[in-house]
Design a protein around this ligand. Sequence first.
Ligand SMILES: Cc1cc2nc3c(=O)[nH]c(=O)nc-3n(C[C@H](O)[C@H](O)[C@H](O)COP(=O)(O)OP(=O)(O)OC[C@H]3O[C@@H](n4cnc5c(N)ncnc54)[C@H](O)[C@@H]3O)c2cc1C
Length: 264
Amino acid sequence: MKKFDAVVLCCGAKNARGLNGLEAKGDNGIWFAVDFLKSTTKALLNGPFDEKSVEELEKNGGFISAKGKHVVIVGGGDTGNDCIGTCVRHGAASVTALEMMPQPPKERKASNPWPQWPKVLKTDYGHEEAAYVYGSDPRIFETTVKEGHYDKAGHLKEIVISKVAFKDGKLELVKGSEQTLPCELLLIAAGFVGCEKYVPDNFGVSLSNRNTVLTEADHFATSVKGVFTAGDMHRGQSLVVWGVAEGRACAREVDEYLMGYSNL
Ligand SMILES: Cc1cc2nc3c(=O)[nH]c(=O)nc-3n(C[C@H](O)[C@H](O)[C@H](O)COP(=O)(O)OP(=O)(O)OC[C@H]3O[C@@H](n4cnc5c(N)ncnc54)[C@H](O)[C@@H]3O)c2cc1C
């Protein structure tokens, strides 16, 4: 801050929600979804993406492959769907996706009329590709992963899954519903819990109770003078259009702060 008159923090919101007892260490076969997806995108962009180059990259730790593996993805959102599609394209032996919520209805319920957001089953490209390749929709609803079993080298070889049910507003495992699945690659796509803390901590800015950088509503100035924020780091995991809109509005606020007015 000695060198700059204004700083905008826009580092995204990649603090992923973990799973109890299943640490995403990578070398144990458990990864956070974004790390897995990023490794594929990076390998594609850097190219070449032929079998030999990718195998070489994987040996050097620069690529996470799902090829020939039984994959389980935990989390049924958009990120989970991207993982399904990517694993299918890698040539996974099988792909199973666990979602703890009940399967939504195929059509709107009378209690969910237009113009409310339609709470219906969404079938995305990943689900369609998996159904085409493996013969059925990969999703299992009202289910979560209970524990992992590892080989002697500490690598995941199978997982125990369990049905879940809401009891007194709390999600509980259903006793006796456990099932064991082969699994050499477990991808955690269970949502995000705000931004990584080290940047806000270094700048001394306040955080919201959602772990995003705090500002007044519809503004971008943080609790520290001259420090602004925009995008996912400000509003939590969102959409590209919001990132663009916030970037523009934030630039205007910074301009006003520096100049006393803005034509942006
Ligand atoms: C798997 C997945 C799929 C998605 N699909 C869609 C989609 O289809 N459509 C859509 O609209 N949105 C999608 N989103 C959401 C979208 O990606 C985000 O809303 C958007 O990218 C937010 O933009 P941002 O600039 O705020 O943050 P980001 O795009 O996350 O950019 C933050 C950047 O800051 C960098 N950074 C972090 N820390 C530091 C640091 N200390 N120093 C320097 N740089 C740093 C990061 O490397 C990153 O490049 C998806 C998100 C995920 C995770």
